[in-house]
Design a protein around this ligand. Structure first.
Ligand code: AP5
Ligand code: ZN
Length: 217
């Protein structure tokens, strides 16, 4: 399965990506996670990406496309993958077509997580991420047992720099202007499946897996 997840910031893409990728036994490739790993590792790519990420803007296409192209060439991604956070605009979608054409493959399906504006703001403002394993928690909806500590690995939890109110507002504008057009783009190609992403994490996972199962080979 070659799968793309789309949806606004805070829709639950990263949360669902873990479960969906495990269910279909495909690697999860999250451009946001790769950029954040580069930022904390102090790499050249991280230094470049950080200023865009902190502002809530997209990292330039040529940088992002090259990074994804390299990742898709790794062995584990040849038989299938889940892309979380890429493509993020129509130009990146065309670029993804070209990357897949190199291996004579194509996308199986694009899953759109549909959530209203107020809910994404609630989800983002309460999000906490584990510094160690990257697992995503929420202070109300998905609380770890000990405050500020990851249940999975004991790592310290932090709030992402781009989850402060002003940046969230800007990220939502960037989503509406640049990423939302992908829904029409993939819809016209009959590659889009949308699910309601309100409800518990488990409910949404169940909806996602049943919507995607017909596309698994
Ligand atoms: P990225 O990391 O991709 O951020 P995003 O798209 O804004 O998405 P988020 O990670 O904020 O949200 P999510 O949908 O994954 O939600 P989550 O599961 O965490 O990108 C960050 C930046 O990197 C970009 O701004 C850009 O600068 C750069 N970048 C990345 N890709 C790029 C690209 N292709 N091109 C250019 N630049 C790029 O859930 C949110 C919260 O809600 C969590 O706390 C979670 O616990 C909670 N939650 C989840 N599901 C539920 C539920 N069902 N009920 C209640 N709470 C829930
Ligand atoms: Zn952890």
């Amino acid at each position: 399965m070659r799968l793309v997840l789309v949806g606004p910031p805070g829709a639950g893409k990263g949360t669902q990506a873990e479960f969906i990728a495990a269910h279909f036994a495909i690697p999860k490739i999250s451009t946001g996670d790769i950029f954040r790993a580069n930022v904390s590792g102090g790499t050249e790519l991280g230094r470049l990406a950080k200023k865009y990420m902190d502002a809530g803007d997209l990292v330039p296409d040529e940088v992002t496309n090259a990074m994804v192209n390299d990742r898709l060439k790794q062995d584990d991604a040849l038989a299938g993958f889940l892309l979380d956070g890429f493509p993020r605009n129509v130009a990146q979608a065309y670029e993804l077509d070209s990357m897949l054409a190199q291996t004579e493959s194509s996308l199986s399906v694009v899953l759109d997580l549909d959530v209203d504006h107020d809910e994404v703001v609630r989800r983002l403002s309460g999000r906490r991420t584990c510094k160690n394993c990257g697992h995503v928690w929420h202070v109300e909806y998905d609380k770890p047992k000990g405050e500020g500590v990851c249940d999975k690995c004991g790592g310290e939890l932090y709030q992402r720099d781009d989850d402060h109110a002003d940046t969230v507002r800007h990220r939502l504008e960037v989503y509406a202007a640049q990423t939302a057009p992908l829904i029409e783009f993939y819809g016209e190609r009959s590659q889009l499946v949308a699910i309601n992403a309100l409800g518990t994490v488990e409910d949404v996972t169940e909806r996602a897996i049943s919507a995607l199962t017909p596309f698994a080979d």
